[in-house]
Design a protein around this ligand. Structure first.
Ligand code: PHE
Length: 358
């Protein structure tokens, strides 16, 4: 067995010396593979007489196990070293300063929502949310838009297959159903704003089938139209950054508010030049009104004790006006060049004290 001892040392040394996993695999195949040297010796056992075969077989098995264990140990060492090397190579220095040219940008929709939240949040509104997939009752009926009401047609609703407990399922056509969910869940006083996605089957330069609204709802014991006016005038002036921005309330109709108003801001359209502020023209930016008592009653709120106001506005429209973005469809094209141009610095959080847009 002199040469078995030599073979053992040779193979153990070869395993230990393998520089990488590929070299180690070659050692394994040459020793333990089908045509390997240990395997070859095993095959020779058959020709021996029984006593010699037993002794040689035991010795060979020991060598085989030892070599296999050495290969396994070396393989683990090599894998660890590989990981170590990769970690070193791919390491990042987290103490390096930010490189502004490689920053991501905040999408104008997110920016506009954050700005609206900063203004209305400071007035005491808190953010509420509701599901994008609504049922007919929350989206329409509870808001005093009964079946067959003409307002339903104007909403170009996306209906979904199937019925919930409260009627057909729809993609919410406005954020107003969150008024209902909020009033059902909590006693007044209520003071919420609801930023979120809304859906209508419409598509051109000023309409997208998915768009965003921000809803406001305030319900308390002595709420009146003056509060609504003050709140919205203040909002418009803060949002557009024009202290004396003219704001006009024009009578309108929504089934869920009574009386209802559309709100316009002053602007100038001088040939191709458009500016927000004092001027000879008006631009509609939102809908509002006093919560219809029927809506309060639909939510189990005593309308002889409580009154409320509500408003709703389109985020894309606000963003287009404030930031001079001409086509609504570009908001959702995920074009990085567009985002670099119209996006906002991520480390600037809009606030009333720090400024809305940095
Ligand atoms: N929900 C209305 C719309 O989508 C907007 C609105 C909200 C009007 C609240 C009045 C009060 O057009």
């Amino acid at each position: 067995m002199e040469d078995l001892e030599d073979l053992r040392s040779e193979l153990l040394a070869a395993a230990e010396a393998a520089a990488d996993l590929e070299a180690l695999e070659r050692v394994r195949v040459s020793a333990l593979g089908k045509k390997g040297r240990v395997t070859g010796l095993m095959k020779g056992l058959g020709a021996m007489d029984p006593d010699a075969r037993r002794a040689a077989g035991q010795a060979l098995n020991r060598v085989k196990d030892e070599v296999a264990a050495a290969i396994e140990a070396r393989s683990r060492t090599l894998a660890d070293a590989g990981l170590e090397a990769r970690l070193l190579e791919e390491g990042v220095d987290v103490t390096l300063p930010v490189r502004p040219e490689q920053d991501g940008r905040v999408h104008p929709i997110s920016q506009t929502i954050d700005e609206a939240i900063a203004i209305l949040g400071e007035m005491g509104f808190s953010v509420a949310e509701g599901p994008d997939i609504e049922d007919d009752w929350h989206n329409f009926t509870a808001l005093n838009i009964p079946p067959e009401h003409p307002a339903r047609q104007e909403h170009d609703t996306f209906y979904l297959p199937g019925e919930g407990e409260d009627g057909r399922m729809v993609l919410r056509t406005h954020t107003s159903p969150v008024q209902i969910r909020t009033m059902q869940a909590a006693e007044p006083p209520v003071r919420i704003i609801v930023p979120g996605r809304t859906y209508r089957c419409d598509y051109d330069a000023t309409h997208s089938p998915m768009f965003h609204q921000i809803e406001g709802l305030l319900v308390d014991e002595s709420t009146h139209m003056g509060h609504l006016r003050g709140c919205l005038i203040e909002f418009c002036r803060a949002f557009f950054g024009v202290d004396d921005l003219p704001v006009r309330f024009r009578p309108s109709y929504f089934p869920f508010t009574e009386p209802s108003a559309e709100v316009d801001i002053g602007c100038t359209r001088d040939g191709g030049d458009f500016r927000i502020g004092h001027g000879d023209d008006w631009l509609e930016i939102l809908g509002a009104g006093m919560v219809n008592p029927k809506v309060l009653e639909n939510c189990g709120i005593d309308s002889t004790r409580y009154q409320g106001f509500a408003f709703g506005m389109g985020i894309e429209r606000l963003a287009m006006l404030k930031y001079g973005i001409p086509d609504l469809r570009t908001f959702f094209e995920s074009d990085l060049r567009w985002l670099r141009h119209y996006g906002f610095a991520p480390l600037h959080i809009p606030s009333m004290v720090g400024g809305l847009n940095g």
